[in-house]
Design a protein around this ligand. Structure first.
Ligand code: ZN
Ligand code: ZN
Ligand code: ZN
Ligand code: ZN
Ligand code: ZN
Ligand code: ZN
Ligand code: ZN
Length: 356
């Protein structure tokens, strides 16, 4: 029946239930006439067969039965015979595949459009299995190795032939916990399960940083915590004590450092002041030796020593490094003693001034 569906060249190659009459058969293609035309010599042939003959015979058409030359203008479609042929009973072209359909030739095409015994190729690429239409659905959905299936674990669509390989490596495949805690864990979550929640993971005590050396499975920690409260408390107190000691020690070291720094600065300042005093005194004396002192000079002589005394008093009364009130008062009381024992200082005593 190929010709019916292909180029419509030649007659109908259908499976007629009754043998077709000679008058319904084309003398060219030996098949049931398709679009039959009648010649002026009274014979019939398919329209396509007539045109094919004319082409092959350089545009001249001769009757295949009696060889008479035919005039194209005297060839007519035989509608009556066509109607009779279209009403002839045929079997389905797929009767060899067990299709039991029979019907008039004119309805064959319509039947073939939905014939379950039609042979088709599987649509799952790259499968190219040929199947009857009635088996195609089952093949494509249930049997074809190229059908798409859903991975039961990750719900991804995968090709059936790759299913086993996929499942062996599927990130969602449940696996027994490697710590044998009895849980089934998705492959992709195994690592976080071990780290964050597995009851059998061995972890250190939460008080490791204060010195508890206990290590045990996660599930054992509640018992440990409950039974070690006293121990954890002692460790915490020891840790606090150690911290306190450390802080005290650090503060002492800092205070000592500051004290020695302040002392060094004080000594430096005293030395500088002493040097300045000496310079000024020498200057004042050399000016005094020049004769009757001017008003300016006598002012300087009184003014500078009193300034230096003020500075000394202020310096000695300022906060000493340790900041103890007791020491502050001591330093202040020392001023007169310092004055008496300091020879440079004597230069500025009232007696000394009278001397100049
Ligand atoms: Zn023909
Ligand atoms: Zn003829
Ligand atoms: Zn059929
Ligand atoms: Zn297939
Ligand atoms: Zn999967
Ligand atoms: Zn586990
Ligand atoms: Zn502990």
């Amino acid at each position: 029946m190929e010709n019916l569906n292909e180029e419509n060249i030649g007659g109908y190659d259908a499976y007629f239930i009754n043998e077709i009459l000679d008058e319904h058969e084309c003398p060219v293609c030996k098949m049931a006439l398709r679009e039959p035309v009648q010649t002026q010599c009274g014979h019939r042939l398919c329209l396509s067969c007539a045109e094919e003959m004319r082409k092959r015979n350089n545009g001249v058409l001769t009757c295949p039965l009696d060889n008479s030359i035919l005039d194209s203008s005297k060839i007519f479609p035989d509608i009556a015979i066509e109607r009779v042929i279209m009403q002839l009973k045929v079997k389905c072209s797929n009767f060899a595949n067990d299709c039991e359909w029979t019907g008039e030739l004119k309805t064959l095409n319509e039947h073939l459009g939905s014939c379950k015994y039609q042979t088709l190729k599987c649509l799952n690429r790259p499968c190219s299995t040929s199947l009857l239409l009635k088996n195609l659905k089952e093949h494509m959905e249930k049997l074809c190795i190229y059908r798409l299936v859903t991975c039961q674990y990750c719900k991804q669509k995968i090709i059936f032939s790759e299913k086993q390989n996929h499942e062996e490596n599927c990130k969602c495949l449940p696996l027994c916990c490697v710590n044998q805690c009895g849980m089934n864990i998705m492959r992709k979550e195994m690592s976080s399960h071990i780290t964050d929640s597995c009851a059998n993971t061995i972890i250190p005590c939460q008080y490791l940083n204060i010195g508890c050396k206990f290590e045990g499975m996660r599930k054992e920690h509640e018992t440990h915590d409950n039974s070690s409260m006293q121990n954890h408390l002692s460790l915490a107190i020891s840790k606090l004590d150690a911290l306190e000691n450390k802080i005290t020690l650090t503060m002492d070291i800092l205070e000592n450092k500051i004290a020695s720094k302040v002392n060094a600065l004080e000594n430096k300042i005293t030395l500088t002041v002493d040097a300045l005093e000496y310079k000024i005194t020498s200057k004042v004396e050399s000016l005094g030796n020049l004769g009757e002192p001017s008003t300016k000079h006598s002012l300087t002589r009184k003014f500078i020593p009193s300034k230096i005394s003020t500075y000394r008093r202020e310096k000695n009364s300022s906060s000493p490094p340790k900041g103890h009130e007791e020491k502050k008062r001591d330093s202040t009381r020392k001023i007169p003693v310092l004055r008496k024992s300091n020879p440079t200082r004597d230069l500025f005593s009232p007696d000394r001034q009278a001397f100049s």
